[in-house]
Write a protein that binds this ligand. Structure first.
Ligand SMILES: NC(=O)c1ccc[n+]([C@@H]2O[C@H](COP(=O)([O-])OP(=O)(O)OC[C@H]3O[C@@H](n4cnc5c(N)ncnc54)[C@H](OP(=O)(O)O)[C@@H]3O)[C@@H](O)[C@H]2O)c1
Length: 351
């Protein structure tokens, strides 16, 4: 699979149709295991780059900052200009210091310098506000962020706020329009088959402002891969096994109802909804490398072909050009002969 370039929203930037997310680099689970260590992180980045991937997504709090350092080390051996790097700021970093969170001028200016230092670069292509800060006015935030753009430290502004905050993004962009400032041109909301809250108002807002949408957790943090079942409960090697937060949010009856429908559609299309491991992860013996290479496949019995993909994330760059599994998963030859299941999934909106 070689990745294509697509336009990022209404910006002039061309970048990869699938992004590489690094949330789990340097992350400790509730059990105290390190999910991805540096050598493994570099292997995964290599795999992504070898397939033409050029868009890396991080945040200054991932791995407490080590994630950005590892990306910086990896980039040192490459042509930085060839990559789109996105990072995020917001979450509190010093206990007892309210100025160390949010989008106030002091915090933003400190955070951008610190993250550029870790990434060992002069600029990030996209800087997201990780969440909305109700304690800082939209005007202060937009003016401060625009200062970073003028200084050349940031190329494009992104917002990773949650519904129902779409109107706040619209308000900030309206201020930017009136002042002739750079508006938010990229958004990173959660979006997948069981988290569809951005359909409707938020996407309409993004459309109206020409904002490119890069959804996070497109597989519902792994729930939609089919590795969990209502009957069997947890699988040994999974995010659910070590995250109570994930279990409470995703392993619900309502979500399993959606998964049942997805399986019906996948069966009809002869696509396996259950990925198989080529080499079992070894969490206990080597926690940093526990997530060994996995393979997402079509159902061989249906005549499909196996297509290895990195296990890690993919973020479709824009909902205007929705990600489709046909690039990585082949439908069986007789798929079109059978009838579709009696289910009507709402399609992703396109402009
Ligand atoms: N802006 C924000 O607030 C925000 C929030 C969350 C994420 N993000 C960004 O979005 C990225 C993606 O988030 P995500 O990790 O939740 O994405 P995701 O694609 O929804 O879930 C990834 C998980 O799916 C499972 N998976 C993927 N391929 C698989 C396969 N072939 N076989 C079995 N399991 C497979 C793995 O689960 P296991 O780990 O269980 O093996 C993997 O960790 C992050 O890295 C980050 O860059 C941003």
């Amino acid at each position: 699979m070689d990745l294509d370039f697509v336009q990022l929203g209404d910006t002039g930037l061309q970048t990869s149709e699938i992004q590489f997310g690094t949330w789990r680099f340097g992350k400790e689970t509730e059990e105290g295991n390190l999910e991805i260590d540096e050598p493994r992180a570099h292997e995964l980045l290599d795999a992504y780059a070898d397939h033409g991937g050029r868009f890396i997504d991080t945040a200054d709090v991932y791995g407490g900052g080590t994630c950005e350092e590892w990306i910086g080390d990896w980039l040192a051996d490459r042509d930085r200009e060839a990559y789109t790097i996105a990072s995020k700021i917001y979450w509190q970093i010093r206990e007892g210091d309210p100025n160390s969170r949010g989008t106030n001028r002091k915090n933003v200016r400190h955070r951008i310098d610190a993250l550029l230092d870790r990434l060992d670069t002069d600029y990030v292509d996209v800087l997201y506000i990780h969440r909305w800060d109700d304690e800082t006015s939209a005007r202060e935030m937009m003016k401060t962020l625009n200062g970073l753009v003028e200084d050349g430290k940031v190329h494009y502004l992104g917002t990773s706020t949650l519904v129902p905050n779409g109107w706040k993004v619209a308000k900030a962009n309206q201020i930017a329009r009136e002042e002739g400032w750079e508006p938010f041109t990229v958004a990173q909301p959660r979006y997948n088959l069981v988290d569809r809250e951005i359909e409707g108002g938020y996407l309409d807002m993004a459309d109206d402002y020409g904002i490119g949408v890069c959804p996070w957790s497109p597989l519902g943090q792994g729930f939609l891969t089919g590795k969990y079942s209502r009957e069997e409960g947890l699988t040994g090697e999974s995010r659910a096994a070590e995250s109570s937060r994930f279990r409470e949010a995703y392993l619900t009856d309502e979500n399993f109802d959606v998964l049942d429908e997805l399986r019906a559609v996948a069966d009809w299309r002869r696509i396996s909804a259950r990925p198989r491991s080529t080499s079992p992860p070894s969490r206990s013996s080597d926690s940093g490398r526990r997530r060994a290479a996995r393979t997402a496949t079509s159902d061989d019995s249906a005549g499909g072909t196996a297509s290895p993909v990195p296990w890690c994330i993919y973020l479709p760059v824009s909902w205007r050009r929705p990600w489709t599994p046909t690039r990585t998963v082949a439908a069986g030859p007789s798929a079109s002969a059978s009838s579709p299941p009696n289910t009507t999934p709402r399609s992703v909106r396109t402009r």
